[in-house]
Structures are given as structure tokens and as C-alpha cells.
Design a protein around this ligand. Structure first.
Ligand code: ZN
Length: 278
């Protein structure tokens, strides 16, 4: 009996894959490009949740504890929970996939009063910066699982090439749009805008809806820059968005800023933005 039991245990451990965790869906895509099916990936933030106001649930602790590595993304909840979970995560390496990327302050449109600018974490929406995410991930995986070094190195090389191609495809879309403005509800497109020489006009201020005074300023900018659309996160549809669309005759267009099918989704987001700049 005992022998059978031991056999079963070794059978299951032979087939159980190592686990790593990531904060957001695009990071899971990046890990999968390099690890393929050598690993299981746990995504901490569920799809369509707000990555800034997300509240980590204690039920998520177990999967983090079982993870060899937790890849973070400079999000608000991480700072709070990593401290709280210090003792639980003794065997989990915590690595930011943004290591080496200089973060810019989160962009908010000009407004009076206090400024509480935090760092803008949305570097994953610039495919050139994603190359740094990918290299950080590969480095960490190779250190953790040296037996897969050659496989991971080759996969990294392939993925970097795909990101170069994606960057060229998006560049071509904005070739004649340099300096143009696009209106976004949530200011997640700052790095993307910088990369392709565009200007993002954010509606949200410090994660909150704008005040009437701020809306008046936005209205002027919308007219001056001939803005045709308001880009909103997937599933977002609040009164400010509806009112702005009505008052200024704007189309409401969803952009996926936490894409799980990264390359395809980013290209389609880029096409959506480009189509409104003509
Ligand atoms: Zn965001």
C-alpha cells in the first residue's frame, strides 16, 4: 500500500508543472512566449478588473505561495500585499518585469489643486518596452529552471523578433499622424503615445471622474484638436463617458489595455486609434 502511495505521489509530481504568477494578463502572454508549456501561469488580476483599484483577496494567497516566481508590474495593490505576505512568500521570488525601464509620471490633464502623481505602470502597451519585460522574464526563468536554458533563449529570440515586427506594423499605421491627439478615459496609453509620436488626452484625474471645471477645459481641447472618439477600457461605460460622447458627438470605442492575446489585441487597438486620427 505504502509503495503504491509513494508511486502515485511521484507520478503526480512528475506531471505537475511548476507554477509562476503574474499580476496582469499581458505578462502571462509574455511568460508563455518564453516558457511555452513548461510552466503553469497564475494571473492575479482577473480579466476586466481595474488594475489600480484591484483588491487582492486572501483566497489568492495559496497560488502565490506555490509559485516559484511572482512577476510584478508596479501596481498599487502589489506594494501593500507584498509587505503583508512577506512570510508567506519566503519561497517565491518577486521580480518586476519592468526592471530597467524608466517609468514616467502618470499623465493627467492640466487641472488646479494638488498633484499626486504616481509612476505610470502601463509600459506593456509599448511593444519596444515589452522587449525589456521579455528579457527580464527570460533571465528569471533561466535562473530558476537552468535545465531549460537553451529552449528559453531560443523562444526569447523568436518573441523579440515578433515584437519588432509588431512595432513596425504599428509605426506604419501612424506614419502620417505625428503630433495628433487622441482622447482616452483611462490614461493607460502614455508609453504607446510617446513611442508613436502621438498625444494622449486623459479624462480621468487621479483615477476619478473629472469635475465640471475640468470638463470645460477638455471641451476646448476636443474642439481644437477635432477629436472624434473617446477611447474607454473594455466594459467601461459610466455617465461621464456617455455625457461626453453625447455633448461632443464622440464615438465610444473600447481599447483593451490588459490584453491576454497581446500581439493581436495591441495591433487591433492601434488600428482603432489610427482610424480616428484621419
Ligand atoms: Zn491603468
Amino acid at each position: 500500500m505504502r509503495v503504491l502511495f509513494l508511486c502515485l505521489i511521484s507520478f503526480f509530481s512528475l506531471y505537475a508543472k511548476n507554477l509562476v504568477s503574474v499580476s496582469i494578463a499581458p505578462q502571462a502572454y509574455f511568460v508563455k512566449q518564453i516558457a511555452k508549456d513548461t510552466l503553469d501561469v497564475n494571473i492575479v488580476i482577473p480579466p476586466n478588473a481595474n488594475e489600480h483599484t484591484f483588491e487582492f483577496k486572501p483566497s489568492g494567497i495559496l497560488k502565490l505561495e506555490k509559485s516559484d516566481i511572482y512577476f510584478t508590474a508596479n501596481l498599487e495593490f502589489e506594494k501593500i500585499w507584498i509587505l503583508k505576505l512577506k512570510d508567506n512568500l519566503k519561497n517565491t521570488q518577486i521580480i518586476s518585469t519592468q526592471n530597467g525601464i524608466k517609468l514616467m509620471p502618470l499623465q493627467e490633464h492640466a487641472h488646479d489643486g494638488h498633484h499626486h502623481h504616481g509612476d505610470d505602470p502601463h509600459t506593456w502597451l509599448d511593444p519596444v518596452l515589452v522587449k525589456t519585460h521579455a528579457k527580464n522574464i527570460a533571465l528569471a526563468l533561466i535562473e530558476q529552471y537552468p535545465e531549460n536554458k537553451a529552449f528559453y533563449e531560443q523562444n526569447l529570440k523568436d518573441f523579440l523578433k515578433e515584437l519588432d515586427t509588431l512595432n513596425l506594423q504599428i509605426q506604419a499605421l501612424f506614419e502620417h499622424s505625428k503630433g495628433k491627439y487622441f482622447l482616452v478615459y483611462h490614461p493607460s496609453w502614455g508609453y504607446f503615445a510617446k513611442r508613436y509620436h502621438l498625444n494622449q488626452i486623459p479624462v480621468e484625474i487621479e483615477g476619478k471622474e473629472p469635475k465640471p471645471k475640468d470638463l470645460a477645459k477638455l471641451a476646448k481641447l476636443i474642439q481644437k484638436e477635432h477629436i472624434k472618439a473617446i477611447f474607454v477600457p473594455k466594459g467601461a461605460n459610466n455617465n461621464t463617458i456617455k455625457a461626453m460622447a453625447n455633448n461632443y458627438g464622440l464615438q465610444i470605442i473600447e481599447l483593451d489595455h490588459l490584453p491576454s492575446d497581446y500581439n493581436n489585441a495591441l495591433l487591433s487597438d492601434a488600428k482603432n486609434i489610427a482610424s480616428m486620427l484621419q
